[in-house]
Design a binder for this molecule. Sequence first.
Ligand code: SF4
Length: 459
Amino acid sequence: MTTRNLTAQHAAPPKVSFVSLGCPKALVDSERIITRLRAEGYEVSRHHAGADVVVVNTCGFLNSAQSESLAAIGEALNENGKVIVTGCMGAEPEKITSIYPGVLAVTGPQQYKTVIDAVHRAVVPRPDPFLDLLPPEGIKLTPRHYAYLKISEGCNNHCTFCIIPKLRGRLVSRPAADVLREAQRLVAAGVKELLVISQDTSAYGSDIKYAASEWNGREMRARFFDIAEALGDLGIWIRLHYVYPYPQVDEVIELMTQGKILPYLDIPFQHAAEGVLRRMRRPAAREKTLQRIASWRQACPELTIRSTFIVGFPGETETDYQSLLDWLDCAELDRVGCFRYEPVEGAVANGLAPAVPDEVKQERWHRLMQHQQAISARRLKRRVGTRQPVIIDELCNSDSSRPPAGAMILAKGRSRADAPEIDGSVFVASRRPLRVGELATVKIERADAYDLHGTVVGY
Ligand code: SF4
């Protein structure tokens, strides 16, 4: 080997600084891009300054998310100067280039190859087969013990407040075998909890007519129930997100009662007033949904339901709003997130009815949050005195692996009812050392508005 070759091989690898904004679905896109870049010999830098190029994965769902994305692009340009933009906002490149004409490239969501090509143009890759060994599960931006599993891209619904189908295209489901292979790789890498995501999880497979693919010597259909059941066989926590309130959900409740998947459903109901739901083009069956919730709970009393709502939707009257609060009283959901309606450019809803004034939206948002807080706190209190399996996310006191004799270890974890980032936590005390990612049995001693507190009683 010549000196010149040696120098080339050991020169510092090109560095890419990465900003990932938006929802878990965008995070999975970032993971795919970073995995590809790492495989090609790029290093991921923690800072913009000193990196060879910056990639900003944007979110364009709401106006506020677009502002945050634009600010991140501005910051990257200031600190580095060489910036590639991708993600949801990239579907409308002129929104970016009109403000920042200096960006190197703008690509849309899921355009992995185009982003990689743009990085190649900015700084050439320098692969090194000895240094670039990748973990088989790819690069994950989540902690090692949980991961998001994206089962489809895009969406075939037409919710009038949403421009996601315009940004991310129509539903494209992954073959079941492909999803299960990824899940198996993640489990082999130590993942203990998989969060199943998509834009509309219950629609999984409808675009490919539920086509079967071969998995472990048998035919596996691309169907919501089948994939949930097969994931349940992996023996780790499986949590379902972004489920549409359609009848096929009834089937997966059975898997929850059998303990195959977590008794947890994240269903964005968005509203409860029939007129608003109709204008939103969401399933409008107020009473039927309540009946369905009641029957799910009867079949699976452990079930936790999380949801999100929009207040201040165009034309929402005080009567509509009040009927939403009444519905929340009846539904007794465990966790609720609430958004004030934002008139995102291009959303059909903006022209359907007069806008609700901002101060009214704000006041309704506050009232709903307060109203629901009491319901959530009541539901949480019912768990005091029970024993819950808790997955440990974080150790709270330093050097928790070797506590002095008699000292308690403090850790933060989540029960089966808590998804990472969006739900509450379980704060635990333990006499024995704990490891991040392990499952401990915790006796719940106290509840506050969002979190539980308890002591480890089993490992
Ligand atoms: S289900 Fe509705 S809100 Fe969700 S991505 Fe599809 S269109 Fe948007």
